[in-house]
Design a protein around this ligand. Sequence first.
Ligand code: ADP
Length: 719
Amino acid sequence: MAAQNAQILFPVNVPGSFDYSIPAGVNPARGDFVYAPIGQQMKLGVVMEIVSDEGTRELKDMAQVKAARPLPPEMLSFIRWTAKYNCVSEGLVLRMVMRSYKALEPSTLVTQFSPSGNFPAKMSAARHAILEKGGPFPARASEIAERAGVSAGIVRSFAAAGGMLAQSLPVDAPFGVPNPAHGGMALTPSQEQAAAELIHQVARRDYNVSLLDGVTGSGKTEVYFEAVAEALKSGGQVLVLVPEIALTQAGMSRFEARFGVAPAPWHSQLGDAMRRRVWREAAQGRAQLIVGARSALYLPFPDLRLIVVDEEHDTSYKQEEGVIYNARDMAVVRASIAKHSVILASATPSLESLVNARTGRYAHIILPERPGAITLPEIDLVDLKDHAPEKGDYISAPLIEAAKAVLARGEQAMLYLNRRGYAPLIICRNCGEKLKSPDTDSWLVEHRASGRVMCHQTGFSMKKPKACPDCKAEDTLTPVGPGVERVAEEAARHFPGAKIEIFSSDTAGNPAEIAARMARMEQGEIDILVGTQMVVKGHNFPKLTFVGVVDGDLALAGGDPRAGERTYQTLVQVAGRAGRADKPGHALIQTHQPEHDALAALAAGDRERFIGAELGLREALLLPPFGKLAAVIISGPDQHKTEGLAKKFVSLAPRADGIEILGPSEPPIGRLRGLYRRRILVQSEPKVNLSKYMQIWRKKAKIPSKYKLHIDIDPQSFM
Ligand code: ADP
């Protein structure tokens, strides 16, 4: 007799879903959250399909359907697609989606208070304070008390006297409804035109991708806000993805200023309660505007109409652990499944997106200038062969002079070096040994502010030893090379009396510290900001007119095929911090390679030249976007066995045309957290379905339990 079975996927790392029979009286549908037995336990999973078969198999019965909104069909397809493309199990992707599954339960209720409008006879100062400062209402007694500077008991007694209304309300309050017509500034004619094109795309209510390609400070945010407004007007949901470090209070406030309410946030530092609240509100379709880091893409939106990927070139969109995926690319996939618009915005788009725009797959929307009379910064190179800094120094005379002139005019300067700490290397003057991380192939970095040495790969840190661990000589450990702390120390010598601050993840590790430093910079309490890549993103400092790049060559080292592109992107963005208000900006880049395509194009202000040269190179070498790449990382506790497994894996590679396999080789970090690592790079012609090839290959390998094999489709990191 034919039977109906449910294919249930669980949020665990097993190859696929499991079949269960459906008992009488239970009516599951695709996307439903359901319970089913695994071993002795009842587990929560999702129905991927309902299928019929002959009814001859012995299957366990599933249990009940959970009373919760099911995952939309597009979400199921998106889970499958993500898993297939990135060569991971569907269960692992579902685990990302169900990260806040507690949000499937309705919100618990708590007593919350709001003013009743009646005034009891006795109105003390504390009661007035509650009405004046206790809001926004409704809120819990403790929240009102804190804001009003009274005790919670007073809030309750005020309610008992009739001045406040007590109601039992959900703990997780809904987010405010954004108003598309709330704010918005008068756009320039070119912004108007760009906005009109984006609005047109969103209004089509079909799959389409636009590349919003505008110079730094051209007002891309203002322009895509108009597209967001269009999507909100139709009642749909909008997701704006931003790099994690742009998720600051200042960044969120812009959304609030434009749409009248704070958007729902989503990022890795969110507390459990907020995470649950955002998940539930997004899943119910009530949160209309969500601004988040990459993993927000896996929230189960039922009615998404637009995804904006701001700073689409940013490397933080690539998740490097667990499910290895690129949120920018997966955003496009999600839109193609759910049939809606995507906007990729950047001043320095990735070559992949540029090629897609030029071949017509994406609409190409260009903002060529900054609004008003604000010009782009002038960029010049300082050839370190001609302008070597003084011995032991890192800042050359041209940078010192330029910064001095800026400070004399009462403006601000920034020195950029993408290296945390004091020095990237510590060497013993006596025996020549370098301080190494105990379980990882990386040098320990000196952090003078904290007196510690640190491994930037793993976070390991210890007090800086007095004696060399190798030869035991005392006071011989010498820092080599500069980090931001050292540059700041040197700057203090060149610019006596200047107020200098360091901006890196060590000095501004959480949103409050970032906001405080930003505020000091905006208010002119800092003369020189010495910063790592944290300064690159989205801040507008009106008085910052000079940017000095201490090491323009830093990102060019190493085997990353995108090194030139990264260097170009980062330096355009860093230089773009200068001259954002009425005063023109200037940037000087110290380099040993002024003839390198990326640097020469920067100095010439000629993006086309760089893109032309880089695309030529990529095409000749069959690198993305003209070919495809995948990496395999095999790791494990024994060096020889890891090497052996990697070689064995290469020998199992299926024969296929248009595929080249390089390696295994020892990566720059050959040992990480005690595990030895080997890399294999796979390069293919564009027509090859590389994900499929990798999956077939992966299935042939047997990996012992203490060893791991990761596949990274389109790798961005080559460590
Ligand atoms: P981008 O995202 O392209 O770097 P932003 O959207 O952050 O640029 O805009 C840069 C600055 O210019 C912001 O301070 C913004 O408020 C301002 N701005 C943008 N468009 C206009 C406009 N039409 N009129 C006045 N100021 C504008």
